[in-house]
Design a protein around this ligand. Structure first.
Ligand SMILES: [Ca+2]
Ligand SMILES: [Ca+2]
Ligand SMILES: [Ca+2]
Length: 150
């Protein structure tokens, strides 16, 4: 099992615990959870939750439904993070703002940083990211790598 799947299982279990439920969450359990947690609109909150997660509309959230809901939530967050990272990367390196990072720009960046070997540093990054080897990094190419390390 991957760590992602482990995390989802953990979250499913802690959600059941939170709602004081056994193997599925009923609407009543959700309402009383929101009541207990001090929500002003417990019923409305429960309705939102069920609208988002109760895929077969039977008024119960089964383990599979909770799982699917959590996975969706995670992947949306993940996508947001990746987009933010790509934006930040371009802000940092795309000096002439043409939405492409030319090798010159990357070298410039490392020169400004005072890196000892700016072209080698740029070269190393292009080797990883510039998959079509045209010496230009595009947003598409960035999407395919984990840029957190750069
Ligand atoms: Ca259901
Ligand atoms: Ca550019
Ligand atoms: Ca390229």
């Amino acid at each position: 099992m991957s760590s992602f799947a482990d995390q989802i299982e953990k979250d499913v279990q802690s959600m059941l615990k939170k709602y004081n439920a056994k193997d599925c969450i009923t609407k009543d359990e959700a309402i009383s959870y929101f009541k207990n947690s001090g929500s002003k609109f417990p019923e409305r909150n429960a309705s939102y939750l069920f609208k988002a997660m109760d895929l077969d509309h039977d008024g119960k959230l089964t383990l599979d439904e909770i799982r699917a809901g959590l996975i969706k939530e995670y992947s949306e967050k993940l996508e947001d993070t990746i987009e933010l990272d790509i934006d930040a990367f371009f802000l940092k390196h795309d000096i002439n703002k043409d939405q492409k990072i030319h090798k010159k720009e990357m070298i410039q960046y490392f020169e400004d940083l005072g890196t000892q070997f700016p072209s080698q540093a740029a070269e190393a990054i292009f080797k990883d990211i510039d998959t079509d080897k045209d010496n230009v990094i595009t947003p598409n190419e960035l999407e395919k790598v984990n840029i957190l390390q750069y």
